[in-house]
Structures are given as structure tokens and as C-alpha cells.
Design a protein around this ligand. Structure first.
Ligand code: 1CP
Length: 352
């Protein structure tokens, strides 16, 4: 068997599969005891991201524990701005913090685009290490944040609620806002291509803050920069599937599917059956949709969500099971187990 025969890659390249491939956004992390053990041994979150052996270990942990059909390299979207020379800390109970956010156009000039792949070599070493350790039936996914989502963090400095600085930049100085997006797009693209060169089998672009934009702005300030990156991947690596995830992007599924991407990843706000209808004319696979917070509910409630999902997709569209966003760090591990086993069971029992 070669990795292209894997369940995940068959679905990601547009084939309707008999069994459903399963993986979970943020499948590695603090809800797993074995992750916390490695974290406390290795040091900070950033220490872990730059330690090829340790990041391999935590990448593989959830794959082994839940027999998942794909691994995602343990890393973070914010390593790209970090590699562009922005000081980054992950502060307990706060999250990521850039202590010197971008304040004006002249700060953009200080961003280093050329050294990104040199700085992120440990990530590529980690990818090579994961590829040696993973079974061929388990493909490895590489990823970046979308230029817009990265720019949000670079302007705000940390997680925020009103995105005042982003909106001020966009409406107060759209020219330098676009210039920032261009610089970030170049850096993010080089990191994605380097991950492919190191051996990832598929790539995903996370546009986690897409949903704060108007439709006009999503189509002007986010999707074009993603499209440019997708085009480069397709020119250089036409066989590598590209997944696009826009959180809050349910209004724009057709626009996303019109890029050259292979898989449209859905958050939990989208009605899956309607998404299947809307994307009928496009040759894209679908991924995701289960509300990650449903894992805090009863098994009956989780089960009915899974029945709805399987009913909407089975036999109709190439589909990869996933959540509509990342696994929350307080998620009971038993619920993850239940979801993974139950969705496979339901999928194999439903007649096409
Ligand atoms: O101490 C810790 O363990 C830190 C928690 C943590 C983890 C486990 C962070 C900080 N990042 C990660 C890993 C991570 N981040 C992965 C690993 C692979 C896997 O999925 O198993 C991935 C794919 C990401 C991607 C990521 N980072 C996104 C996009 C997906 C999403 O969740 O929307 C975003 C927005 C980030 C930023 C980030 N990094 C960390 C946190 C807590 C956040 C979110 C902050 C916020 O809510 O604004």
C-alpha cells in the first residue's frame, strides 16, 4: 500500500469512500494526558514546536490512541510571524502574545520574509521524522494560517474580541493593510511549500478569523491571498490536496470551492445537507462540521448529531469526518473515543 491509497487521501482527492476517514482539528494537545507529560518534560509550547523528536511524539499520540486516518504536524500558525521577526510568547491562561504588534506601515518594513524557512527548519525536520514513524496508511497534513488570520494576530498582538486594530487598518489605511497581507502571504507560502518538500501528504489553510469580515472584504482581503497560495501549490505539487477552512465562512462556500482547492472544511454553523447541495457542481470534497462543544454533551445527543452528518454525506459526496473547529482543551477523552468509533460504525451501517 502507498500513502495515496489511504482512506484520507482517496476522499481528499475526490473519491466517495465506503468507510469514512476520521481526524480532528487540534487532535493533539492539552486534553491528552500523554501530551501534558511531554510538555512538562520539554518546556514551553515553543520549545515543543522547535524540538523535532518531541513534536513527532505528540503528533503521533492521538493517531495511535484513536486510530485516526490522518496526522497533522504538531506546530502552530503563529510560527510564521515569529519567523518574520515578531517576538512571540504563549502565556498560560492568556494564549499567544506578540509583545510588539504591528502599529504602522513602517513596522511592515521590519518583517523578514526571506529567513522564514531557514528559521523553521526544526518543523521540516519534525515532518521528516513523523514520516519515518507513521504507518504509510496514515498521511501527514501540513498547514499554515491564512494571510488574513495571521495579520489579525500581528496587528492585535493577542486574541481579542472586537478586532479594533484590524478594522482600523483595513478602513483607515487599506493600502498598507494590503501590503501587510502581501508580505505575510509570501512568508506563509514559502513555509507551506517547504512543508511539502519535507514530505507532508496534504496541506490545510486555516482562516480562523474569516468570519469577522463582510462578504466584500472576505473576497478582497482574505480569499485572493489564499487563492494565490493554492495556485502555487497546484503549479508545483498538483497531486497534493489542499484543504481550506474558513471559520464563519458558511456564506462563501461557493467562492471557496471556486479556488483550486480539493477540500472545503466546514465549521459547525453550516447546515451540512445544504452545503452538499450548494457544492454539487464543484469537484470538491467536504470535511468537518460537528460542533466541538457537542463533545461535552450526552452520548445520545452526540449520536444524533453524527446520524445527521452521516445521512447528509454518505454516498453523495467525498467526505472526511472532523469537527467544525478544534478540540477544546477540557474535552473529555471518552467523548473523543465515542465520536471516532460511533461515526465509523454509523457510516459502515448506513446503506448508500
Ligand atoms: O500550551 C499549549 O499546549 C498551547 C495550546 C496550543 C496547541 C496545542 C496552541 C496555542 N497551539 C497548539 C497546536 C496547534 N495550533 C495545532 C497542532 C496540531 C493539531 O491540530 O493537533 C494547530 C493545527 C494549530 C493551529 C492554530 N493555532 C490555529 C488555527 C486553528 C484554530 O484553532 O482556529 C490558531 C488560530 C492558532 C493560534 C493559537 N495557538 C495557540 C492557541 C491557544 C491559539 C488560539 C488563540 C485564540 O483563540 O486566538
Amino acid at each position: 500500500m502507498s500513502s495515496s491509497d489511504s482512506l484520507f487521501l482517496r476522499a481528499a482527492t475526490g473519491n466517495i469512500t465506503d468507510q469514512v476517514p476520521v481526524w480532528l482539528m487540534r487532535q493533539a494537545g492539552r486534553y491528552l494526558q500523554e501530551y501534558n507529560q511531554v510538555r512538562s518534560r520539554v518546556g514551553t509550547f515553543l520549545d515543543l514546536c522547535f524540538n523535532p523528536d518531541a513534536l513527532t511524539e505528540v503528533t503521533i499520540q492521538p493517531v495511535e490512541r484513536f486510530s485516526l486516518d490522518a496526522a497533522i504536524i504538531f506546530s502552530d500558525i503563529l510560527l510564521v510571524p515569529y519567523a518574520m521577526n515578531m517576538h512571540l510568547d504563549f502565556v498560560d491562561k492568556v494564549g499567544p502574545v506578540f509583545s510588539e504588534p504591528i502599529l504602522c506601515g513602517s513596522d511592515i518594513g521590519n518583517l523578514d520574509v526571506d529567513s522564514v524557512t531557514g528559521f523553521l527548519q526544526p518543523v521540516y525536520d519534525g515532518i521528516r521524522c513523523c514520516k519515518r514513524e507513521l504507518a504509510v496508511s496514515v498521511p501527514l497534513i501540513g498547514f499554515i494560517g491564512s494571510p488574513f488570520t495571521l495579520a489579525c494576530y500581528m496587528l492585535e498582538g493577542s486574541s481579542c474580541s472586537d478586532f479594533m486594530r484590524v478594522k482600523k487598518a483595513r478602513y483607515g489605511n487599506p493600502e498598507w493593510f494590503k501590503f501587510l497581507l502581501e508580505r505575510v502571504a509570501i512568508a506563509a507560502e514559502s513555509h507551506l511549500l517547504a512543508q511539502i518538500d519535507a514530505g507532508v501528504d496534504a496541506v490545510m489553510i486555516f482562516d480562523s478569523w474569516a468570519g469577522i469580515l463582510s462578504t466584500h472584504d472576505y473576497l478582497s482581503f482574505s480569499l485572493p491571498f489564499i487563492n494565490r497560495i493554492v495556485k502555487s501549490v497546484k503549479v508545483l505539487h498538483p497531486m497534493v490536496p489542499v484543504i481550506i477552512f474558513a471559520k464563519g465562512g458558511g456564506l462563501w462556500l461557493e467562492n471557496i470551492a471556486s479556488s483550486q482547492c480539493d477540500v472545503v472544511a466546514l465549521d459547525w454553523t453550516v447546515d451540512l445537507a445544504s452545503a452538499v447541495e450548494r457544492l454539487r457542481g464543484f469537484s470538491c470534497a467536504l470535511q468537518g462540521n460537528l460542533d466541538p462543544m457537542s463533545l461535552f454533551g450526552t452520548t445520545d445527543e452526540i449520536n444524533s448529531e453524527l446520524v445527521r452528518i452521516v445521512n447528509a454525506v454518505k454516498g453523495k459526496v467525498p467526505y472526511i469526518f472532523n469537527l467544525g473547529h478544534g478540540v477544546h482543551r477540557l474535552t473529555p477523552v471518552g467523548s473523543v473515543n465515542f465520536v471516532v468509533e460511533r461515526v465509523r460504525d454509523l457510516f459502515s451501517r448506513f446503506a448508500i
